[in-house]
Design a protein around this ligand. Structure first.
Ligand code: HEM
Length: 149
């Protein structure tokens, strides 16, 4: 019995720490460097924006958005989340991705579509597969906040 309790306590701690980790940027900057630092991230976002605008699965959501501002904020966020020295300065301070996206009624399929476009953008900029996966894994927990339909 004691053994059982210990095991479950261990799993709970693991889950809690995974969740805490999911909300926070990396503590080392290996992924940031793998993305090519600030200039590399800017190139990725620069490739990503037209992909989003041409993607029939999600383009409509962005019709009324200031894409220049979005690009800037997204670059900040990707930099921060990959362990770089930036701070997301968006209107919702990055913590509350739910508020940013709630009115858009985003589906799982749309979330995956954007993640796919991001992967294509990284691929086109020669980012190593392992680094791509690290960034996607870091963003994946945001799905809970962003998907509301
Ligand atoms: C990994 C997934 C995603 C991340 C990391 C992300 C991140 C962001 C960030 C950082 C902003 C800028 C907020 C600000 O101005 O401070 C933003 C805005 C926005 N996002 Fe997302 N997003 C994601 C998924 C999506 C999806 C799937 C859609 C729609 C299909 C979407 C639609 C939008 C729109 C339309 C805006 C602009 C809102 C406005 O004009 O105020 N996002 N997102």
């Amino acid at each position: 019995m004691r053994k059982h309790i210990k095991k479950w306590a261990g799993i709970a701690v693991l889950l809690a720490s995974t969740q805490a980790q999911a909300q926070t940027p990396y503590t080392d900057d290996a992924t940031y460097r793998g993305l090519g630092a600030k200039a590399g991230i800017d190139r990725i976002v620069h490739t990503l924006i037209p992909l989003i605008q041409a993607d029939a699965r999600i383009s409509e959501s962005f019709q009324d958005s200031d894409m220049l501002q979005l690009a800037e904020r997204l670059a900040e966020q990707l930099c921060e989340f990959s362990g770089g020295p930036c701070k997301y300065t968006g209107k919702y301070k990055g913590k509350d991705m739910e508020s940013v996206h709630i009115d858009l009624k985003i589906s799982n399929a749309q979330f995956n579509a954007l993640a796919e476009d991001l992967q294509i953008a990284m691929e086109r900029n020669g980012i190593a597969a392992a680094v791509q996966n690290k960034l996607i894994a870091k963003l994946a927990p945001m799905q809970r906040a962003i998907v509301t339909r």
